[in-house]
Design a protein around this ligand. Structure first.
Ligand SMILES: Cc1cc2nc3c(=O)[nH]c(=O)nc-3n(C[C@H](O)[C@H](O)[C@H](O)COP(=O)(O)O)c2cc1C
Length: 370
């Protein structure tokens, strides 16, 4: 049975953006940029092939050289990076797609190997659990350096400049990455923010830096072209809750974001990639109801789960990550109830066009098999 009439696959307007359907391609780091953070030409093919999504959110993109945490991730601070992204946005727009850039600072989730020997920066000097992938494999995390109060305005300015560069690169909007325990979330959560200045301590103080970043981005973009990603219940790094009062913290955060009239919140429901379960007392639907704009649900969504969630009124859009890797025409496949290809993990990060921009579309696959 086909799914042509699925409400999830019908056009929808959010803010002033007309989307082809309610499926968003989730941001996915694919580590194909060069060591200067410049994407190769075939990245334009990769994104354009996936322009059937209602909206594409790009892989996380470093706002500055100091923001980097992982090898071969793209940036948006140099002219060469802006030019490479312009190829991408042009290619997506030629296929009538919409694309937002995800703005990223990794904070403590980095390593001196990625920062010319410098220590990663964070709200407080608290080492993440586990290891990080650097140029030559996995290494233990190090204890980051706590940012001085007088260093913070320069990072806010880096976000503003990155947002302005995204505009010059032809994006339809930007998504601020405040999820997965990168810099913004490190400020929000009380386990990673032990500051005693105006950026730590009370909940209001812990939200100050992320909200300054949002306001800097809003000095460049209309609020209806700005979304933000949050992951209230994602535990990594480590396996325990990262905040002593997840619902209280994120309710206040969502209220403040709502007051700023942003286009959407993009919520990773559960633990990224691993589970949709959340601890008792945590309700994604309750967070969604506090927010005035659109709500994008993410994590292990299938078309059936998206339909059920839409019918319940618990989300407006649904972002899908992993299935987009090997199914450039995922929307056509969902419409036709066609089988989905699966990408081996070795293609996720690093390498070249192979396993990235060379996945065949459904018709080509059928013809090749005939
Ligand atoms: C290869 C890969 C790279 C990812 N990179 C990012 C990223 O750059 N930014 C981000 O916010 N999430 C990133 N994620 C998380 C996804 O956006 C998404 O939250 C996760 O895959 C769960 O959705 P899914 O079940 O539809 O795949 C990544 C996930 C994968 C598999």
């Amino acid at each position: 049975m086909s799914n042509f009439s699925s409400p999830v696959l019908q056009p929808v307007t959010i803010g002033d953006l007309q989307l082809k359907n309610r499926i968003v391609m989730a941001p996915m780091t694919r580590s194909r940029a060069d060591n200067f953070g410049v994407l190769p030409d075939y990245a334009a093919d990769y994104y354009a092939q996936r322009a059937g999504a209602g909206l594409i959110v790009t892989e996380a993109t470093n706002i500055s050289a100091e923001a980097r945490g992982y090898p071969r991730t793209p940036g948006i601070w140099s002219e060469a990076q802006v030019a490479a992204w312009k190829h991408v946005t042009d290619a997506v727009h030629r296929r009538d797609g919409k694309i937002f850039l995800q703005l990223w600072h990794t904070g403590r989730m980095s390593h001196p190997d990625m920062l010319a020997g410098a220590l990663p920066v964070a709200p407080s000097a608290i080492k993440p659990h586990g290891q990080i992938r650097v140029h030559d494999g996995m290494k233990d995390f190090v204890t980051p350096r706590a940012l001085r109060t007088d260093e913070i305005p320069a990072i806010v300015e880096d976000y503003r400049r990155a947002a302005a560069n995204a505009k010059r690169a032809g994006f339809d909007g930007v998504e601020i990455h405040s999820a997965n325990n990168y810099l913004l979330e490190q400020f929000v959560r009380d386990s990673t923010n032990r500051r005693i200045d105006q950026y730590g301590g009370s909940l209001e103080n812990r939200l100050r830096f992320p909200l300054e970043v949002v306001k800097a981005v809003l000095s460049v973009w209309d609020a209806k072209r700005v979304g933000i990603r949050i992951s209230p219940t994602t535990t990594a790094p480590g396996d325990t809750a990262l905040d002593s009062d997840t619902m209280g913290t994120f309710s206040a955060y969502v209220d403040a974001l709502s007051a700023l009239d942003l286009l959407y919140i993009h919520d990773i429901e559960g633990v990224t990639q691993l589970s949709r379960e959340a601890d008792e007392g945590i309700s994604f639907a309750a967070l969604r109801r506090r927010f005035s704009g659109a709500y994008i649900g993410n994590n292990q969504y299938t078309l059936a789960l998206a339909e059920k969630t839409l019918a319940a009124g618990d989300a407006d859009l649904f972002s899908i990550g992993r299935p987009f890797i090997a199914n450039p025409d995922l929307i056509d496949r969902l419409r036709n109830n066609a089988p989905l290809a699966e990408a081996p993990k070795e293609y996720w990060y690093g390498g070249d066009a192979r396993g990235y921009s060379d996945w065949p579309a459904m018709q080509a696959e059928i013809a090749a098999a005939a």
